[in-house]
Design a protein around this ligand. Sequence first.
Ligand SMILES: *Cc1c(COP(=O)(O)O)cnc(C)c1O
Length: 374
Amino acid sequence: MNHNVSHSTWVTVDLRAIEKNVSAVKAVAEIPVMAVVKANAYGHGMIPVAGAALRGGAQWLGVARVEEALELREAKFTCPVLVLGYVPDSRISGAVNNDISLTVWSVDQLKSITSLAGEFILPAKLHLKIDTGMSRLGAQVSDALSIAERIFTTKSVYLEGLSTHYARADEEDLSSARNQEHEFNTVVDKLAKAGIKPHLVHAANSAATLFMPDSRFSLIRPGISIYGLQSSGARMLPSEFQSALEWKAILSQVKMLPPGRGVSYGHEYVTQKEERIGIVPVGYGDGFRRVVGNQVLVGGRLVPVIGRVCMDQVCVQLDEVPSAQAGDEVVIIGSQGGSRITAEQVAERWGTINYEVVCGLAARIPRIYFDNKT
Ligand SMILES: *Cc1c(COP(=O)(O)O)cnc(C)c1O
């Protein structure tokens, strides 16, 4: 019996690690940090992570959606907050009046915003986003000056920032990112010549922050690195960065099965001999991907997941861990004994990136936080 656990599966988040990672990224860049906490802080939990990021020295919080920004305000975060993505017109006044900065990229958007000015009790703080080569959100470089001038000369709005986003700052070959940096610099210069110098100029995600020092401008926007996760397949994070998240579960059952028994839906796995099988209460309903080749740690050893992944459970082959018994801890991401499974390794098995692994951790998995006070 294990009386110390109250969940069948859970995620732990070390908020001290996040705090330290933010301090580390700030020490590297020596300019203000916008900690990116979108998508529930990459699955880690937005509110606790936002607190840790500010303790670590972040001055800004960046989110993708207005709902996320409002949740921060409801939780009494008074720091500057930028919505990096699209905000529906009906939400603009609410955002402005909660002192939330908005990203803009078109004249049509500006028209919507200024048409609502009568409802504003605070100035609308805008960050003009330029598409310098990501070809996602952003004004084209050729339109940047005219939109900036329009913002600059409109009373109800304030041009707080100028931004862009790199498509390939995580790669070995940084030439594409350098081209984007060059394009962005031409925009910054063109605006400056017209007398427009936005307070904040920002471009760098984690990879650019760490590996393209010239690209930092006056504010950095690290996300993945503050969670201690690798930002690039080509270049490792400095060693002081520490991953904050672990994902664990409890072995719910261990049993011996005779040869020739099919395991899990479809009986895709059939025992060859008498085999020790364990049941782990995690499944695709938790974000555990329904693919072959999964592995977890039991008794400090890597063991294979066998048969199909179910919604709430998987089966593991425990012949290598004869001492395993119901109630033992299972590690899906994290360390056990001398062994470790990283989010990057899970991503590799799932044919994706570490970002998707942690963002995909379902809401139903309880998050347990460690910080300085506990
Ligand atoms: C998500 C995001 C970031 C953070 O990127 P990381 O690679 O996680 O550091 C920065 N800026 C924008 C616009 C983003 O969407």
